[in-house]
Design a protein around this ligand. Sequence first.
Ligand SMILES: CC(C)(COP(=O)(O)OP(=O)(O)OC[C@H]1O[C@@H](n2cnc3c(N)ncnc32)[C@H](O)[C@@H]1OP(=O)(O)O)[C@@H](O)C(=O)NCCC(=O)NCCS
Length: 158
Amino acid sequence: MAIVVTTKPTANDIDKIVRVLDEITELTPRTKKALKSSQIAVARDGDELIGWLISEHLCKNVYEIGGAYINPNYRRQGIFEELTKELINSDCVYLVASYHSYIIRHFLRDRGFRKSSLMEFAKLSNGRFITKRIRTAVRVAHHLSNNSAKYIIRMDNT
Ligand SMILES: CC(C)(COP(=O)(O)OP(=O)(O)OC[C@H]1O[C@@H](n2cnc3c(N)ncnc32)[C@H](O)[C@@H]1OP(=O)(O)O)[C@@H](O)C(=O)NCCC(=O)NCCS
C-alpha cells in the first residue's frame, strides 16, 4: 500500500493524535483546540494513520514545528522528512526545539535552518514559546531534567 502524506487530518486523526501525545511521556500533550488551530501533516497507509507532524502558530509569521510521531513499524523510511516538506512554506519562520541530536542534524543539513537559542525563540515568538509550555509544565520539567534541548531556526525567505 502506498503511503500518502496530506495536510488535511480528519476529526478521527485529531482524536488519535491527542490520545497518543498524552500517552507518550517523551512528547508534549496538545489539546484538541490547540490542534484544530495548528497545521498538521499526516501520513496514512491505506486507512491507517501512521504518523504526523504539527506546525503551531506562535505569532505573526512564526511557527513551531514539533509533536512528531511515526508508528514504530514505519520508522527510518523517510516519512518524517516527507511530513516536513509538506508543512514548511518559504514565507514563514520555523522554530524547532528537540532533544534528539539526529533531528537537529537533519534540519541543519541543507534545509535552511541554523542554530538558535531559547532566548531568541522567546523574543521572536513574543514569549509565546514559553507561555504555551506552562500548561504542560510538569511534563516539560521532566523532559528538561533528563535532557538538554537544542534550538534551531529557519528564517523566512522574503
Ligand atoms: C523521531 C521520528 C519522528 C523520526 O521519524 P522517521 O520517519 O523515522 O524519520 P526519517 O526516516 O524521516 O529520518 C529523518 C532523519 O532522522 C534520522 N533518524 C531517524 N530515526 C533515527 C534514530 N533512531 N537514530 C538516528 N537517526 C535517526 C534519519 O537517519 C534521518 O536523518 P537524515 O535525513 O539527516 O539522514 C520517529 O522516530 C518517532 O516517532 N519517534 C518517537 C517520537 C519522537 O521522539 N518524536 C520527536 C519529537 S521532536
